[in-house]
Design a protein around this ligand. Structure first.
Ligand code: NAI
Length: 257
């Protein structure tokens, strides 16, 4: 029987891998995947008691694989991907969410900060996308969703590594979309606007920055993880099968203003 439009949003029976789910946007995104029925495999360096409880209540399997994405080698990431595919016999959705930022003036920004940020925000998404690519290709289906940023389009203030990594995520999204599209795999990115999480605490707590940010958002408030759930589930579902290489802003209108 033909599925209804609402049934097509269901992720029942799908296996979703997502990095960084202990808090912030990743936690909300993982909640959405679980609510839509997917089994959730979380990659994080810390434990995720909230997600464990949430998935139990939602009746979906949850597993956390411990990994520090600053330290993980290419081999570690490949081993993790192989283990997930072996255990579940498939993988349907990869969400590259985990991200870090370091602040500093461009003239004194350290190479260590540069390396760590580029590693977590760009190299890890590349390595994990590559590690799962063959499985997606063999299945003839798969959804890779990257988390970009307003700083995929702008330079930001005192965040040279972060802005560079998020510009890079757009290139990575497009190149993988071109490479994997012919195999039935969609690769897209969500570009959240200014979202109230730990990552943006320094901005929220700076009265001048906070006021200037709010002034530019037509919707008039900071975003939250809940604001990303609809776009994520759309991009993870078959309803987005013809969306490929897109970077979708969810920003309250920031880019438009
Ligand atoms: P957050 O700092 O609140 O959470 C980051 C998550 O990544 C946590 O679960 C943390 O445990 C995990 N993580 C961090 N370093 C890790 C490491 N070395 N190894 C393993 N896991 C690690 O950040 P937030 O705000 O939730 O950001 C999530 C994503 O959204 C990032 O890619 C960020 O760049 C992006 N983003 C955030 C925006 C915002 O306004 N908060 C705006 C645009 C993009």
């Amino acid at each position: 029987m033909k599925k209804s439009i609402l049934e097509k949003f269901s992720l029942k029976g799908k296996v979703a891998v997502i990095s960084g789910t202990t808090r912030g946007l990743g936690q909300s995104l993982a909640e959405a995947l679980a609510e839509a029925g997917a089994s959730v495999v979380a990659l994080d360096r810390s434990d995720t008691p909230h997600m464990r409880r949430f998935c139990k209540a939602a009746g979906t399997p949850f597993e956390r694989i411990r990994v520090d994405l600053v330290k993980a080698s290419k081999k570690d990431l490949e081993r993790i991907a192989e283990g997930i595919v072996k255990k579940h016999s498939r993988v349907d959705i990869l969400v590259n969410n985990a991200g870090i930022s370091r602040r500093g003036e461009v003239w004194e920004f350290t190479e260590k900060d540069w390396r760590d940020v580029l590693k977590v925000n760009l190299t890890v998404p590349f390595c994990l996308s590559r590690a799962f690519a063959k499985t997606f290709m063999q299945q003839g289906s798969g959804k890779i969703i990257k988390i970009a940023s307003m700083l995929s389009f702008q330079g930001g203030i005192r965040v040279p590594a972060y802005a560079s990594s998020k510009h890079g995520i757009v290139g990575l999204t497009k190149s993988f979309a071109i490479g994997l599209g012919p195999y039935g795999v969609n690769v897209n990115a969500i570009a959240p606007g200014f979202m109230a999480t730990d990552l943006t605490l320094p901005l929220q707590q700076d009265p001048d920055r906070n006021a200037s940010i709010l002034k530019r958002i037509p919707i008039g408030r900071w975003g939250s993880g809940d604001d990303l759930k609809g776009t994520l589930i759309f991009l993870a579902s078959p309803l987005s099968d013809y969306v490929n290489g897109a970077v979708i802003p969810v920003d309250g209108g920031w880019l438009a203003s």
